[in-house]
Design a protein around this ligand. Sequence first.
Ligand code: ATP
Ligand code: MG
Length: 475
Amino acid sequence: FSRLNRRPIAAAVQQSQNDDFVLEDVPHLTNFLPDLPSYPNPLHGSQAYSIVKNTFVSQEDVVAQNIVIRKDSPRGIHFRRAGPREKVYFKPEEVRACIVTCGGLCPGINTVIREIVCGLNNMYGVEDILGIEEGYRGFYSKNTVRLTPKVVNHIHKRGGTFLRTSRGGHDTQKIVDNIADRGINQVYIIGGDGTQRGAACIYEEAQKRGLQVAVAGIPKTIDNDIAVKDKSFGFDTAVEEAQRAINAAHVEVESVENGVGIVKLMGRYSGFIAMFATLASRDVDCCLIPESPFYLEGRGGLYEFLEERLKENGHLVIVIAEGAGQEYVAAEVSAANEKDASGNRLLLDVGPWLSDKIKDHFTKTRKMPINMKYIDPTYMIRAIPSNASDNIYCTLLAHSAVHGAMAGYTGFTVGPVNSRHAYIPISRVTEKQKTVELTGRMWARLLASTNQPSFISSDLEEVVQDINSMNITSK
Ligand code: ATP
Ligand code: MG
């Protein structure tokens, strides 16, 4: 399929299908430009890389999305393996790169910025790297800052984003005008689902104008809700930091009579942080996530379970993801349907709502006094620097993005698929969010670990069992 590179580009996602083998390829600048610049990769002479056995990733190397398949079933979807290519598309001295960060904060953004700058400079000798400040609007409303390895040397030790961020303000025409005016030919875009949709618009517009610009997205979401990729950066750090909040809640409730601790964690539409933090902690009695609707009253409901636990242990801890139970809160709070500058619906605060509900139920209805301790560590978690494993992970993401852009790929994002780093078309990570599968093994492990109710009625359980029996793979 290496000939694919020469095909005229038809759509953002190219598919090469060979009976049971599908390649979801990423676009390449040579797809829409007649000349095919190619230069030897400067890593040929690099001291560090000269000792690597296979320095360059072959154009033929792909990463399989499904690693567990039945003997005769189709091989399924594949992505190009990320890494340095033998030939590069850009002469390093002709590269003018820029980096922008948009959307909310997440541990690790600064590490990604640092490693793009250091990767471009140390591996490829690129010196012209610009920082776009305050998100997409910075392209047309701010001056750029010059980024060098020295400038970014210590930024990975800090939380937040060195380049600052914003919501709203994406004007594709103005942004691409600015990219062309400044002579930028590599654009690195770090941000969540909205940001990556914006990156897709920039890629499409650059392509329409025939600009020689490589657009690389590095998806950022603390919630781990990016499709295809194994996990998103900052997620490990968030789960680790969440342990401190859960531990504090546990210490508090253990020290009093009928102590009830509630810890609200991130997770707008996906409960991965809550699920992993619960599994890691073992001090959590019940984990509530957006994917699994729960109910309060009646048999098998939350109140019944909490009362049992209180009678058994004298205390309990609940972890709730911010997106859980939104329908209940919306029914009682008038602020529903407010939106932020990017047009995202603002979530209602489920934490205080649940605390009040539980307090009222036990003290008023059950005449059973409880000691409520509510902890919301979400902003504290978002703002910390990334931990050791995320630092390494961010480095790999940044280097993959640099290798891909230098090789001339565009309209792509990077990330591990079954632990091998791959180039993934942007559209694949924007069209769908990853959510916790209630029929998957990880949620079953959580239910087994907490012994909490599944909040699924017996009819539904049968359906779930049917679906489970049809699944070939489950992570
Ligand atoms: P997070 O939700 O994790 O905080 P995000 O990237 O989804 O991150 P948003 O505020 O939704 O955060 O979007 C970030 C930027 O992307 C904003 O500048 C916004 O204008 C732009 N953007 C959002 N959606 C689109 C879209 N559909 N097309 C073009 N630009 C978009
Ligand atoms: Mg978003």
